[in-house]
Design a protein around this ligand. Structure first.
Ligand code: NAP
Length: 247
């Protein structure tokens, strides 16, 4: 029996990058997967899972809006009867020094990276509470722990996720629902592809392992937190950063 057999996992923002790797890894582990992205990109991910014998549906929805979240969870309910494992992964950056940061770029990052975590968790909890079992895994960031110039909006959202996760973990622990966060450092994805060679060099020098992480590194951690094995871990944040946060 595979470790996620019989479970349904919904991964927000799983059309590419870290979310896609988590969707593929969870499907390999036997989960039925709800793939989501803002653009139609996630359709290919769901098709790939199905072509490998897995079960997956794609739902194009904007998780920064309650109407999008309602549509996403309605589709998950219709396809697989609900959600056991929620990975709040969708995220964007709108980088700018605070003095030049527009209210619009503040709001869009908070809405997409933080409000979506509240909306999706609330939607998933109804059934998790009924089932007396659930897993919520949130993608925070080293930037939420340490800050980063030009990313005050992103850092605020990612730090907000940590406070939210601890509070929710305390609210639902007695129902066998765990809520944990992963704080990646720098991972090779479209988000970090935007870095200049100079920025990449400077970052690599600050990482004890002297390289960026891979999406598979993050997926392996998410899989562990989703499994029955991790049932006594809640309210935690796991730094996944090649040692960057310990220096
Ligand atoms: P990415 O490659 O930019 O992919 C982001 C995904 O989120 C895409 O599938 C995108 O959909 C989706 N998305 C964005 N806004 C959305 C919305 N409103 N509704 C639904 N989906 C939405 O990002 P990534 O690098 O894989 O990062 C994934 C998560 O890890 C993010 O929360 C990020 O902050 C966090 N993280 C990443 C790193 C890193 O180094 N990469 C480090 C620390 C934390 P489309 O494909 O349709 O655009």
């Amino acid at each position: 029996m595979l470790s996620l057999d019989g479970k349904t996992a919904l991964i927000t923002g799983s059309g590419r990058g870290i979310g896609k790797a988590i969707a593929l890894r969870f499907a390999e582990a036997g989960a039925k997967v709800v793939v989501n992205s803002l653009s139609p990109a996630g359709e290919e991910v769901a098709a790939h899972i199905r072509s490998n014998g897995g079960q997956a549906v794609f739902v194009q929805a904007d998780v920064s809006q309650s109407s999008g979240v309602d549509a996403l969870f309605k589709a998950a309910q219709e396809a697989f009867g609900g959600v056991d494992i929620l990975v709040n992964n969708a995220g964007i950056t709108r980088d700018q020094l605070t003095m030049r940061l527009s209210e619009e770029d503040w709001d869009s990052v908070i809405q997409t990276n933080l409000k979506s975590v509240f909306l999706c968790s609330k939607a998933a909890l109804r059934q998790m509470l009924k089932n007396r079992w659930g897993r919520i895994i949130n993608l925070s960031s080293i930037v939420g722990l340490k800050g980063n110039p030009g990313q005050a909006n992103y850092a605020a959202a990612k730090a907000g996720i940590l406070g939210f996760s601890c509070s929710l973990a305390k609210e639902v622990a007695s129902r066998n629902i765990t809520v944990n966060s992963i704080a990646p450092g720098f991972i090779e994805t479209d988000m970090t592809a935007a870095l200049s060679e100079e920025q990449r060099q400077a970052i690599t020098e600050r990482i004890p392992m002297q390289k960026l992480g891979t999406v598979e590194d993050v997926a392996a951690c998410a899989l562990y937190l989703a499994k029955e094995d991790a049932k006594y871990i809640t309210g935690q944040v796991i730094s996944l950063d090649g040692g960057m946060s310990i220096i």
